[in-house]
Design a protein around this ligand. Structure first.
Ligand SMILES: Cc1cc2nc3c(=O)[nH]c(=O)nc-3n(C[C@H](O)[C@H](O)[C@H](O)COP(=O)(O)OP(=O)(O)OC[C@H]3O[C@@H](n4cnc5c(N)ncnc54)[C@H](O)[C@@H]3O)c2cc1C
Length: 406
């Protein structure tokens, strides 16, 4: 297999790199890993860049032209995504659910009206989406969702609570999993709504994470009237559509995270070359060299796994359960890499960003703390291993789950 870009793709990549350099926000500082103090500021910068990408013809490259996409190839989309994530990943972040889940699932499962209404406004940066699946009693067991939606006079009246809803505080719309038939079997009674976050009865309460940031939220809904036309697919089809969404969620990481981690390894090498432990440059220490080599190998495995998935999608397949392999490959090494980087800093690893003594402005301290959530978000590592065992390798069902279901 030849992993190089074709001359046309290479020319497109170079053209896009020049465009991006000219169109980054004026106050963008590439040496900082966090340019915005509040999520609202970040959301504004994200929407502004997305609008400019759209106007320049770099948004929704592989989406059909009738929904304001560019009708080009997935490969060009990947080139744009990789360039953005390795140049300004922070600006892309509020769009992770929008472009990784909401847009593809609307394209595949939406009605013609829904595609025409939502895809253009998603591609041009008007809408940020959040994902309301998890609840206090429905995380790994997402089919246990108890948020109720009752159909009445052309609306679904929604009551319930979601939790860990990333970006809900800055989102315009939510892909929402609800229970429409409490008498049907657990997986069969679910439906999937597209909910306007400005509807009366919605309350968003931010949750502070271990990093100090407020990236996710509790989401309360009391008698929220969602128009019946906002049902995605058919009533009772929610489980199938939710699984399709999660498959997309699990492959987002592969193509984009490899680009981010490759950049982080360069940062790590720079740090190891400039720091000393016991009078010796860290980069000369055989243990740290071993950790650097291990980190590099893991990032390359992720990169090539991502390319394998990509070639599958280029042949027209939608992501399948093997996406769980990629999820493990981006989340678990991230924890090992950030831990190794802190080890290289020795006692200085206690110093957070903002201090004059912090190393690389506290990038590794923040990344270490944030990486803890990676093996939980988008499905825990244990759940990914169950999926790989049962649905990729065809092994017998996980006994604990089989017993619980009975
Ligand atoms: C940073 C972050 C962002 C998130 N963003 C969103 C979001 O935007 N929208 C959203 O809907 N959700 C979001 N989540 C929620 C996430 O999807 C859930 O936290 C996750 O699915 C786990 O569910 P839980 O927290 O209820 O844990 P539980 O399901 O209660 O699991 C607890 C522990 O039990 C283990 N376990 C559970 N079942 C099994 C089993 N069958 N076999 C083996 N082990 C098992 C789990 O692996 C875990 O270790 C986010 C989470 C994080 C950390």
């Amino acid at each position: 297999m030849d992993f190089r870009f074709t001359p046309e793709q290479e020319a497109f990549r170079e053209e896009f790199i020049s465009w991006l350099e000219e169109n980054l926000p004026d106050d963008w500082d590439p040496s900082r890993y966090r340019n915005y103090d509040s999520s609202e500021e970040l959301a504004r910068a994200h929407k502004d860049l997305q609008r400019r990408l759209f106007e320049a013809g770099y948004a929704g490259l592989h989406y059909p032209k009738e929904y304001d996409g560019q009708g080009r190839t997935l490969m060009e989309e990947v080139i744009v995504l990789q360039t953005i994530t390795s140049t300004c990943a922070e600006l892309r972040m509020p769009g992770v659910i929008t472009f990784g889940m909401a847009a593809p699932v609307i394209l595949i499962c939406g009605s013609e009206e829904q595609k025409r209404e939502f895809l253009p406004k998603t591609l041009d940066g008007t809408h940020i989406w959040c994902q309301g699946f998890s609840e206090p009693n429905a995380g790994s067991d997402v089919a246990n969702v108890s948020t109720r939606a009752v159909k009445k006079n052309g609306h679904y009246i929604v009551n319930g609570q979601k939790t860990w809803t990333s970006f809900a505080h800055i989102a315009d719309y939510c892909i929402l999993l609800v229970r429409t038939d409490p008498d049907a079997k657990k997986h069969k009674g679910l439906s999937y709504l597209l909910m306007d976050m400005k509807l009366p009865g919605i309350e968003v309460r931010p949750i502070t994470q271990i990093t100090g940031e407020q990236e996710f939220n509790e989401l309360y809904m009391e008698d929220v009237r969602v128009p019946a036309a906002m049902l995605l697919g058919k009533e009772g089809d929610g489980w199938r559509i939710a699984i399709t969404t999660l498959m997309f969620e699990r492959v987002i990481g592969d193509v984009t995270m490899a680009a981010v981690y490759q950049r982080n390894i360069e940062r790590m090498i720079q740090m190891a070359s400039q720091s000393k432990r016991s009078g010796k440059a860290v980069i000369e220490d055989p243990i740290f060299r071993q950790q650097l080599a291990q980190a590099y190998i893991e990032v390359m495995v992720l990169k090539y796994h991502g390319l394998r998935n990509l070639s599958q999608q280029l042949q027209g397949d939608i992501p399948g359960p093997e996406g769980s392999i990629g999820k493990l490959l981006w989340s678990e090494p991230n924890q090992r890499i950030t831990e190794a980087a802190l080890g290289m800093q020795g006692p200085g690893s206690q110093i957070m960003g903002g201090s004059p003594w912090s190393v690389q402005d506290g990038f590794w301290q923040f990344s270490f703390l944030r990486s803890k959530g990676s093996t939980i978000e988008a499905g825990t590592s244990e759940i990914q291993r169950n999926i790989i065992g049962e649905r990729v390798l065809g092994l017998p069902k996980d006994i604990s789950r089989a017993v619980r279901i009975q």
